[in-house]
Design a protein around this ligand. Structure first.
Ligand code: ADP
Ligand code: MG
Length: 293
């Protein structure tokens, strides 16, 4: 065709299911040296499901009471983990009770007043959890590759919930293709716990895992690589990925699970829900650049 090579590459990327926002973006994608991938919603499908309900001995709660308490506190939250808890309660016909004074902290969890008690649901590493029986359950669930969230009532741990997400079918092949294109195995950046992150990384061939990160820590990791002269591509889906998507040389958002903020901040969006289109678009960009220069 008579179309300029970069525009033709944009059209081809669109056929692969990747929307690139400009010719400049398309050109930059061909120059990346390192790829940093988010876990939940990027390497995984992003619709986590509740797998384990573990009331702690001495808590006076059975499984149904624990799940109802957690779902009541999580009800106002839009986090994928909160949706997993609320959906599981709904499937068991457990109606959440109204939560008061709901607050949420990104990368940590939620707090709300439920039936006169203060209920917290969130990361066992980030919430202030007194030593107790929950620790062994958390370790067991995390070793199995699950995300464990702890439920506290008036500051005391009363239960642990296990939540798991499916790996995308093309995750391992995409990691291999990106390693081949850049000469460097992609890195995993996640707010989730280290055990679950390593379990998943091993399944896709990633060895460099940065876990327990807050949104700002993802930015720091990207800035450190770029200070070493690496041009970084960040791939993510969440509100927690938006600052890193903006800070990186290039940012690609997963369109289907992606939050509005991630989609607005990214340079390109995977509209067809396939991770494998990312290496294909990088290859298209490189071909177009060879034709331009
Ligand atoms: P990721 O980087 O993998 O997409 P996030 O930064 O969104 O993860 O969350 C990190 C951790 O914070 C979660 O693994 C969980 O322990 C905790 N967390 C955050 N929000 C919630 C919530 N609404 N309910 C329970 N736990 C939460
Ligand atoms: Mg995510």
């Amino acid at each position: 065709s008579t179309m300029p090579p970069l525009l033709s590459a944009i059209a081809n990327a669109g056929r692969h299911g990747v929307l690139t926002k400009s010719a400049v973006v398309m050109e930059r994608l061909g120059r990346i040296d390192t790829v940093a991938l988010d876990k939940t919603g990027t390497l995984t499908e992003g619709t986590p499901r509740l797998t384990d309900i573990r009331p702690l001995p001495g808590s006076d709660l059975d499984q149904a009471a624990l799940l109802r308490l957690a779902a009541s506190a999580e009800h106002p939250s839009e986090h994928p983990l909160a949706r997993a808890v609320v959906d599981a309660a709904r499937e068991r016909d457990l109606l959440p009770v109204a939560a008061e004074n709901f607050t949420s902290v990104p990368g940590e969890g939620v707090t709300a007043g439920v039936e006169g008690c203060t209920v917290q649901v969130g990361s066992p590493a980030r919430l202030l959890v007194p030593d107790g029986l929950h620790a062994a359950v958390v370790t067991e669930l995390e070793d199995a590759g699950k995300t464990a969230v702890v439920v506290l009532r008036d500051g005391r741990p009363v239960g642990v919930l296990g939540i798991a997400d499916r790996l995308r079918p093309d995750a391992a092949a995409t990691v291999a293709a990106l390693a081949h294109l850049t000469g460097r195995t992609p890195v995993l950046l996640t707010g989730d716990n280290e055990r679950a992150a390593k379990h998943l990384a091993a399944q896709v061939g990633i060895t460099d895992v940065r876990a327990g990160l807050l949104p700002q820590d993802k930015v720091s990791a990207v800035r450190a690589w770029e200070a070493e002269g690496q041009r970084v591509l960040v791939v993510g889906d969440g509100v927690n990925d938006a600052p890193a998507l903006a800070a990186a040389h290039s940012g690609i958002a997963m369109g289907k699970a992606g939050s509005d903020l991630a989609l607005e901040t990214a340079d390109a969006v995977v509209v067809r829900d396939e991770l494998a289109t990312i290496p294909a678009v990088i290859a298209l960009s490189r071909t177009a650049r060879r034709l331009v220069v």
